[in-house]
Design a protein around this ligand. Structure first.
Ligand SMILES: *Cc1c(COP(=O)(O)O)cnc(C)c1O
Length: 404
């Protein structure tokens, strides 16, 4: 048998070093638990950055995928296929929107929203040719394409990837007033994460999303909510925008939409917006393929039960109550909503990376983001006992560091 150490060495030798994985080599997984090649089990508290909201190998999702694999996997959009209509109708109903444009990855869905907003700006709003601007937030994470990294404020994501795409205006996250000041006659959209995930699970003050909604409506600007990570049950609601009763003009969805099986992303919007796209103007060979749609339909059916949203809300209370007890005991601050938390470790106690490794040694898989923040986002199917156990491991690891 090839050992973890050997597989890691071989992986590092022959792959680009665009990630810095924890030294664990996973072989199989069910629910919230993964097993490595040596048979050691770990509790997954990352969920593929919230792609695995329904857990590893959810029976309904796997069954849908297996059934579809037997029949049809790809047609391209040159033809219709028998999973497409139901996927679009289901996602349209879930979002309350008229139309769906399916893609594959989150970044592609964000690119789609940007293209749609610009085209809408020229053709509906009447913006001067090539003058459209989109207001974006400092600390944003919307993916890795050249256009998207053009407006990233993370030097790692941005630097040396120019020349950059113009047409974006950065404002501080959390300030509706800053958006108001940045708007001009050529502003076509505000692109916002309702909760900034990669930035460390930053939850804006109550009222922020509502103010953006009002401002966009008043000024004739599209509100684009990137719910790729915050959406689909993670926060205890279907969408993080639901907490403020806000409905954006465009939802951007991905990650959990593919059930942890295949990449599935989409934007959802009404006809007055998405209707600007005509044949040949945008697309993707794999976007909306039969396997993706079959998996997406299964995901939408799970969400339509409401069970996952309710469970994330209930377990989220347990998680946040336990985490709050750690503030002042090696933890500086805890943020988040539902089954999603950003835990700032006191940099005097440990770096985020050191804490991730200490948790791994204690059979909990979590990943640091930006310095000393640990992100916790276990699959929503996690048991309450396992969740409490995971926080206890964090608590014990903090204690161990403080003794060292
Ligand atoms: C992960 C993420 C993306 C990008 O998704 P990919 O599938 O990795 O391209 C976009 N927006 C947000 C908020 C994300 O968390």
């Amino acid at each position: 048998m090839t050992t973890s150490a050997e597989l890691i060495e071989m992986s590092e030798r022959r792959s680009a070093h665009n990630y810095h994985p924890l030294p664990v080599v996973i072989h199989e997984a069910h629910g919230a638990w993964v097993t490595d090649v040596e048979g050691k089990r770990y509790l997954d508290c990352l969920s593929g950055y919230s792609s695995l909201n329904f857990g590893h190998g959810h029976p309904k999702i796997i069954e849908a995928a297996q059934e579809q694999l037997k029949n049809l996997t790809l047609t391209s959009r040159a033809f219709y296929h028998d999973q497409f209509a139901q996927f679009c109708a289901g996602l349209g109903d879930l979002t309350g929107k008229d139309m769906i444009l399916p893609m594959n990855t989150g970044a592609e869905a964000v690119e789609t929203a940007i293209k749609v907003a610009r085209k809408w700006g020229y053709e509906v709003k009447g913006v001067e040719p090539d003058q459209a601007n989109i207001i974006v937030m400092e600390g944003n994470f919307h993916g890795r394409t050249t256009t998207i990294v053009s407006f990233s404020t993370d030097p790692e994501a941005h630097d040396n990837f120019g020349p950059f795409t113009p047409g974006f205006r950065l404002v501080p996250y959390g300030s509706a007033e800053a958006i108001r000041r940045a708007v001009d006659a050529n502003t076509v959209a505000v692109l916002v994460e309702p909760i900034q995930g990669e930035a460390g699970v930053l939850v804006p003050a109550d009222g922020y999303l509502g103010e953006i909604r009002e401002l966009c409506t008043a000024q004739g600007i599209l509100m684009i909510a990137d719910e790729v990570q915050s959406g689909l049950g993670r926060t205890g609601q279907t969408f993080a925008c639901d907490f403020e009763g806000v409905v954006p003009d465009i939802y951007v969805l991905g990650k959990a939409l593919g059930g942890g099986v295949v990449p599935v992303s989409a934007i959802a919007a009404n006809r007055d917006v998405l209707g600007v796209i005509h044949p040949g103007q945008h697309g993707s060979t794999f976007g909306g393929n039969p396997l993706a749609c079959a998996v997406g339909i299964a995901v939408i059916e799970l969400l339509n039960t409401g069970e996952f949203q309710a469970r994330a809300a209930k377990l989220g209370e347990v998680l946040h109550a336990r985490l709050r007890e750690l503030v002042g005991r090696g933890v500086v601050e805890v943020r988040g909503r539902g089954l999603w938390a950003g835990v700032d470790i006191d940099p005097e106690v440990a770096t985020g990376r050191e804490m991730s490794k200490a948790l791994m040694a204690r059979s909990v898989l979590a990943k640091d983001t930006h310095g000393s923040t640990i992100r916790l986002a276990p699959p929503i199917v996690i048991s309450e006992d396992d969740l409490v156990w995971a926080v206890n491991q964090l608590s014990d690891a903090l204690y161990e560091f403080s003794q060292a």
